[in-house]
Design a protein around this ligand. Structure first.
Ligand SMILES: [Cu+2]
Length: 276
């Protein structure tokens, strides 16, 4: 059984390269808070008992003590500034887009009440024109084409979209560019120590590098509506071989589907203008 004093034991297993540092930061802040809690409430309890009003001892109220007030203003200031400086490096590493490593894999992600949609660049590793790569393609975003993909761009012929299925390779710098088509959502990978809000109208950079294969949980961490509790996706960290196999299979499927559509030009041509 885990000890209640093992604070980090309450966390899900860490699987990301920067997770250990974040956990250490959590533990330090936690133990500082525990220390201050017992110090302040312990002192309060002692003063209430020792200096209480009783026979032979009169309770005494006094207001204002400059030395004490200066002390309890300066000490927390030093403490908070210290935590801020200490945590700044890991904050920059995880959140600053100019500190993102060179991506091995790039994935686009959109939140939508109440599912997660992902666009993979396919086997060629290159996205065709879409609402992320080209801002003007934003106008093409719709319920049937959430990523605003340009079907005429050959680079996008093997790009494929999956819903509630998130797969990444192990030991790779994965960069996810995320947004949402409705309200705020929060992309939360508890085991990878990743949590990032996504905001309509802009793309957020999210990166991580996971060192352990397996099946984990992806959840929405922003109360986003009545179905929020069900907004989760299957999330798998695969070996490079398995990931490539999946990527190739999905790319082949989408290419086959695109080829099938192209073989029926007449039907497609007559319906297209009406739907626009
Ligand atoms: Cu959500």
């Amino acid at each position: 059984m885990k000890s209640v004093f093992d604070f980090l034991g309450w966390f899900p297993e860490n699987i990301s390269t920067f997770g250990g540092e974040l956990d250490a930061l959590f533990a330090i802040i936690w133990w500082v808070c525990v220390g201050i809690f017992f110090l302040t409430f312990g002192l309060m309890a002692i003063f209430m008992i020792v200096y209480r009003n009783r026979d032979g001892h009169r309770g005494y109220n006094y207001h204002g003590n400059n030395i004490l007030e200066i002390a309890w203003t300066i000490l927390p200031t030093i403490l908070f500034a210290g935590i801020g400086l200490y945590s700044n490096e890991i904050w920059e590493v995880t959140k600053y887009s100019n500190r993102n490593p060179k991506p091995d894999v790039e994935i686009l992600m959109l939140g939508k009440q109440f599912t997660w949609m992902f666009l993979y660049p396919g086997a060629d590793g290159k996205f065709g024109r879409n609402a992320y790569t080209d801002r003007t393609a934003r106008a093409d975003m719709s319920a049937t084409n959430p990523f605003g993909r340009d079907s005429l761009d050959p680079a996008g012929a093997d790009d494929f979209m999956v819903e509630n299925q998130f797969r990444v390779p192990v030991n790779a710098n994965v960069v996810v560019r995320g947004s949402t088509i409705d309200v705020l959502h929060s992309f939360f990978l508890p085991h990878a120590r990743v949590k990032q809000d996504v905001i309509p109208g802009t793309w957020m950079n999210i990166w991580f590098n996971i060192f352990k294969t397996g099946k984990y949980e992806l959840a929405c961490a922003e109360l986003c509506g009545s179905g929020h509790y069900a907004m989760r996706a299957e999330y798998q960290v695969l070996s490079n071989a398995d990931y490539d196999a999946w990527l190739n299979q999905k790319s082949a499927e989408i290419k086959g589907m695109n080829a099938g559509v192209a073989e029926e030009p007449a039907a497609a041509d007559t319906t297209a203008p009406k739907s626009m």
